[in-house]
Design a protein around this ligand. Structure first.
Ligand code: SF4
Length: 483
């Protein structure tokens, strides 16, 4: 194991219960995990057939939702992404935009799409994303054992509406497809059912059409499928199909709710992403910008992992920012990660800064080689994390006896008094930064100066900070004899 990786503590691991592969025994191998009579299996078959007939398997990406169809990715031999609850249209948007030649299908149940994901579907439709959405409406949350959903019918019993849904208490069933059809951008929205074979045949046509629209670049298509859920509805498979026809359809009439495919303008395929070396020109960054010049001396090996900690208002974050910006100016890899409590003043505050001439794998600094502790609570909190051979800069007369470590370098100075002498206690952070810069020698002064100039707009503070940096350097040099 790499040394730097070994230093991290693994906080989360893949749950034992999460399948590495999804295996089914013997006679179940050709069955899905869906209950007998469930509409999902039928819809999967129709979608898979459409993908197959259109010859788009190699460029299809299926977005699976949260709900009974959460494992949809086990059944489709295409690209697959499993999205967090309700986020499938947003994930589909990202997938389609970053891979415009792919065919992206967001497969969602009514809980996922019409409850927690109602905002996502609304905005994806309103943007006219060139994706296809299969919306499986079985009028209930099935995965959780039958809670009411936004699509639950008036009078329908569920675990959360045991007396039947009432408009006065839970509102009316949400007709998502009708709502989306009022928008200008969607090109095709149709509601189909699985109530009998004729309906199933129409559903298959609609699903294929929704996918074709995307392949043609026409825009957003959604096919809502009224789907039986015999298990939660507590019906036989036959009765559940009948219920789709006789009951569900009254609230959710079948048919095409919008079809603008004839007048839709084909979405232009975005140009291929520019090569990396083109980016400075496209972003209008002058090639001879002194801010990105690599100053002399920056090429030496640098591995600064700094934790700056103190109270809010002590300039903890600014110290880290100046350090990180100076590293950028020096042409190094940098990361700056703030971490603070909800209080703006006097709450705890700390930041992680990494500066390296190698790629930084994580912005987290869990084992710093430099701890700047601006007060005693911060010292106590992080002293044990400093890696052997590292440094602790402590803003205080002396490190408390129970925090002293023999395997690290320590410099404790009442930096705030020094800052006071210069002119303002608020520049303690810069005095400490000056000492850090002198200790590490990692960054050229010119980089620090230009970073400070960018971050500190006031001439008075800039001048004070410069003096503070200089004083911090002197303090470290003056303290060498006693370290
Ligand atoms: S609970 Fe309902 S929706 Fe879920 S798998 Fe069973 S029948 Fe299908």
């Amino acid at each position: 194991m790499r040394e730097d990786v070994a230093d991290f503590t693994i906080a989360h691991e893949k749950a034992q219960s999460f399948y590495a592969s999804y295996e089914r025994k013997g006679e179940l191998q050709h069955q899905t995990h869906y209950c007998p009579g469930c509409g999902h299996g039928v819809i999967h078959k129709m979608l898979a057939r459409a993908i197959d007939e259109m010859g788009i398997q190699d460029r299809t990406i299926l977005i699976s939702p949260v709900g009974c169809s959460v494992f949809a990715y086990y059944y489709f031999d295409v690209g697959n992404i499993q999205a967090a609850h309700g986020r499938a249209p947003a994930v589909a948007t990202a997938a389609k935009r970053s891979r415009p030649h792919s065919v992206v299908i967001s497969y969602q149940g009514d809980g996922d799409l019409s409850a927690i994901g109602s905002g996502e579907i609304l905005h994806a439709a309103n943007r006219g994303e060139n994706i296809t959405v299969i919306f499986v409406n079985n009028a209930i949350y099935s995965m959780t054992g039958g809670q009411a959903a936004p699509t639950t019918l008036i009078g329908q019993k569920s675990t959360t509406t045991p007396c039947g849904r009432s408009a006065a208490n839970e509102g009316y069933p949400l007709r998502v497809s009708e709502m989306l059809a009022t928008l200008e951008a969607p090109v095709y929205i149709e509601r189909v059912g699985l109530g009998d074979n004729k309906q199933i045949a129409q559903a298959a046509r609609a699903i294929k059409r929704g996918v074709e629209n995307q392949v043609k670049g026409l825009g957003f298509s959604l096919i809502e499928v009224l789907s039986p859920c015999p298990t939660i509805w507590k019906m036989s498979a036959v009765d559940a199909q009948r219920w789709v026809r006789d009951v569900m359809e009254k609230t959710y009439p079948l048919g095409v709710l919008c079809d603008r495919t004839k007048e839709a303008r084909v979405h232009a395929m975005p140009a291929a992403a520019p090569p990396l070396e083109e980016l400075p020109r496209l972003l209008d960054i002058p090639e001879d910008d002194p801010a990105v010049d690599v100053p002399e001396g920056a090429a030496k090996a640098v591995d600064l992992q700094v934790r700056v900690a103190g109270f809010g208002g002590q300039g903890v974050l600014l110290l880290g920012e100046v350090l990180a910006e100076a590293g950028l100016d020096a042409g190094l890899e940098v990361s700056w990660l703030p971490s603070y409590g909800p209080e703006m003043r006097s709450g705890t505050s700390n930041c992680h800064v990494r500066i390296s001439n190698e790629t930084i794998d994580s912005p987290m600094v869990s084992s710093p080689n430099m701890l700047i502790a601006m007060n005693e609570p911060s010292l106590r909190k992080f002293v044990a994390t400093v890696r052997p051979g590292g440094w602790i800069l402590y803003n205080g007369d002396a490190i408390p006896a129970d925090c002293v470590r023999s395997d690290v370098h320590e410099l404790s100075i009442p930096f705030t008094h020094v800052a006071d002498e210069i002119g303002d206690a608020r520049i303690t952070n810069m005095v400490m930064l000056g000492a850090l810069l002198e200790i590490t020698g990692a960054l050229p002064q010119a980089s620090v100066d230009s970073a400070l100039k960018r971050l500190v707009k006031s001439a008075r503070w800039y001048e004070l900070d410069e003096r503070a940096l200089e004083r911090g350097r002197e303090i470290y040099c003056g303290s060498l004899a006693v370290i």
